[in-house]
Design a protein around this ligand. Structure first.
Ligand code: GUN
Length: 298
């Protein structure tokens, strides 16, 4: 079987057109959604993510308040900036790009963000609400994965989903979302991680494999059953002298081999990545809509 490629760029473009229309509806009511962006330090990957997020805001008609703090900024400076954004009515969502420099307390910073503006869904209040199935801001990358499955017509109800990776940003939340007794969820979920004895034993039983391990070739073709759906969340730089920039991006799975076995697979780049940013825009617009007490969107 040769897999159909899930085109994340196209799905993201479709959703961004919907979001742009929602922004125009809000504008007609005098509301411009606003995103406060904070990047601390100059990690090149974080810098390019943040730049892409700001560009996407501009294209969608969302105001973005861009803030760069130097790598040696203090926790107090960061907390003051978060406090300023919490109190700024023009800002509906706050994006604190992670990771923070080592001397900073990431959990304290996330806790300081007003949960009503936590469009990344990382505040413990939103994490807790997500786990118990209450309405909240869902974290962008896992929400993007769920949207990709839904918009590709993949049935999750009763499916066995195996998640590889247990990060707070992807693995744990995507597992929590897919096990809810809800539409586009209701799956049987297994989570594998570095403590798992034989990851392949589990992934071979999966109807859907979601890989967010942070390492190339974590999942190879022998670890996937025929016809499985494979969502690759990884973004890894591997050296490549044939490229002008000296590297190319690959995911966490052996894409070339697995695409001959899976029924559906996401590429890297052009898979989950564009959906992550889209869900951030979606949450920011949703937050702005809530200030008007309008009914929830899609
Ligand atoms: N770092 C890696 N992924 C993310 C994300 O989705 N949001 C934020 N804020 N930081 C990240």
């Amino acid at each position: 079987m040769t897999a159909q490629i899930i085109d994340g760029k196209q799905l993201a473009a479709d959703m961004r057109a919907e979001i742009k229309a929602d922004v125009e509806t809000l504008a007609a009511q005098g509301v411009t959604p606003g995103l406060g962006v904070i990047l601390v330090g100059d990690d090149p990957a974080s810098r390019s993510y943040v730049t892409a997020k700001e560009k996407a805001c501009e294209e969608a008609g969302i105001y973005s308040d861009d803030n760069r703090l130097s790598a040696d900024s203090s926790q107090e400076e960061l907390m003051a900036l978060i406090g300023r954004m919490n109190n700024d009515p023009k800002i509906n969502g706050i994006l604190l790009q992670l990771p923070l420099p080592k001397h900073m307390d990431e959990n304290a910073a996330l806790l300081a963000i007003n949960p009503a503006k936590d469009v990344d869904g990382f505040h413990p209040v939103n994490v807790g609400k997500m786990l118990i199935g209450e309405e909240c801001f869902l974290p962008c990358t896992p929400h993007g994965c769920v949207q990709m499955l839904a918009r590709s017509g993949v049935e999750t109800k009763g499916a066995h989903v195996v998640v590889v990776g247990r990060s707070n940003i992807v693995g744990k939340p995507v597992a929590a979302m897919l096990l809810q007794k809800k539409e586009h969820a209701n799956a049987t979920v297994t989570i594998c991680h570095t403590g798992t004895k034989d990851i392949g034993y589990h992934t071979r039983q999966a109807d859907i494999v979601i890989v967010a391990a942070g390492w190339p070739n974590t999942v190879t073709a022998d670890m996937v059953k025929d016809g499985a759906v494979v969502i690759d969340v990884g973004v890894n730089r591997v050296e490549d002298a044939t490229k002008k920039r000296g590297y190319r991006l690959v995911g966490d799975v052996d894409f070339d081999a697995i695409k001959e076995k899976a029924s559906l697979i996401t590429p890297v780049p052009g898979g989950v990545g564009p959906m992550t940013i889209t869900m951030l825009l979606y949450n920011t617009v949703e937050s702005a809509r809530r200030t008007l007490s309008l009914p929830a969107g899609r």
